[in-house]
Design a protein around this ligand. Structure first.
Ligand SMILES: Nc1ncnc2c1ncn2[C@@H]1O[C@H](COP(=O)(O)OP(=O)(O)OP(=O)(O)O)[C@@H](O)[C@H]1O
Length: 322
């Protein structure tokens, strides 16, 4: 069976006054049906840009966009989202095949418009459903996320943060997509509500055989749900590995540093910080982009040549140490 989604050498650069920001710079990976991949990495590494590239919601200042974004779908066959027209994406792909829970989206719900207006109207306006059909779909989606149907008649300001996040997740799953992209889905919530939302996401994944791309800089959260982990650094995926292998034996020095920076309640360990900052993506370092911050930098090699990603003991890693 082909994978659900396959990215091949995807690039997306933003044009800015002083050059181009190489936010997504040659990203390739596959995601299988029912699989959850967490994309981790520091702020500014390009995770959200990659998500918007996949669903093709790009701002006007895109300077370059290339590569293949192949969706293998039972109904549509294999389609390259990178080549689809905006009209086709709107009609066939967004929300029906791929949906997204945007960063901070629960706060983007209009507080003075009833939930019904925000869930049902788009189905009527964009997908041409009758109001009755749309209400039925919205009610079912609310039930699937553990909310009562009558939430439809409430205003967002009457709901708690956790309930609002459930509404946003209901919106993402209501058209029964195959893939949901979740951009920091629990970042504005307290830890207990976070755990409830993660449990809900697990349940929905199993019930609807969903695939997820979960964007987070919270590695502990990623370990909760992800079947595999992709580590992004300065516009590139430097390591991709099944979760069990990744957490037992991260291979890329950057992955090792990311894990060492996670505090643990169970064991006493000194938390390490990664020295330096994520580099500018306008003028990224030559060779391996992590070399200026890497403790294992091989002089004459790492700053000159870009390491290819290769298979190392069950992981794929782009590093000259291997
Ligand atoms: N519309 C834009 N125009 C120019 N540069 C942008 C634009 N959007 C994002 N960037 C830049 O692209 C780079 C990657 O940003 P992105 O938001 O994708 O990273 P991220 O890993 O998702 O970070 P965070 O975790 O903070 O959301 C950053 O340098 C950012 O400033």
């Amino acid at each position: 069976m082909p994978p659900l989604l396959e990215l091949r050498n995807v690039k997306m650069y933003y044009g800015v006054t002083n050059g181009v920001v190489k936010a997504v710079d040659g990203v390739s990976f596959v995601l299988n049906k029912g699989e959850a991949m967490a994309l981790v990495g520091e702020s500014g590494s390009g995770k959200s840009s990659l998500a918007f590239t996949i669903i093709r919601l790009l701002p006007r200042n895109v300077a370059e966009f290339s590569g293949e974004i192949l969706l293998h779908d039972e109904e549509l066959g294999t389609v390259d989202l990178a080549k689809m027209s905006e009209e086709e994406l709107r009609r066939k792909i967004r929300w029906k095949k791929i949906s997204m829970v945007f960063q901070a989206s629960m706060n983007a719900l209009n507080p003075i418009l009833k939930v019904q207006d925000q869930m049902v109207e788009p189905l009527v306006l964009h997908l041409g459903l009758s109001k009755q059909e749309a209400i039925k779909i919205a009610e079912e989606a609310l039930l699937s996320v553990g909310l009562a149907k009558d939430v439809l008649t409430r205003y967002p300001f009457e709901l708690s943060g956790g309930m609002k996040q459930r509404v946003v997740i209901a919106m993402a799953i209501m058209m029964k997509p195959k893939l949901v992209i979740l951009d920091e889905p629990t970042s504005a919530l307290d830890v207990i509500t976070q755990a409830n939302i993660m449990n809900l996401l697990k349940e929905l994944k199993a019930k609807f055989d969903l695939s997820y791309i979960l964007i987070t800089h919270d590695i502990a959260l990623a370990s909760e749900i992800a079947d595999k982990i992709g580590v992004m650094y300065a516009g590139k995926i430097v390591e991709i590995a099944p979760s069990d292998i990744f957490f037992r034996k991260p291979k890329h020095p950057y992955s090792q540093k990311l894990l060492a920076a996670v505090p643990s309640l169970r064991e006493e360990k000194a938390i390490e910080y990664i020295p330096g900052d994520v580099p500018s993506l306008i003028n990224p370092p030559t060779g391996c982009r992590f070399h200026p911050r890497c403790p294992y930098m091989i002089k004459g090699k790492c700053e000159r040549e870009e390491p290819p990603r290769k298979q190392v003991e069950g992981s794929e890693v782009a590093c000259w140490l291997y």
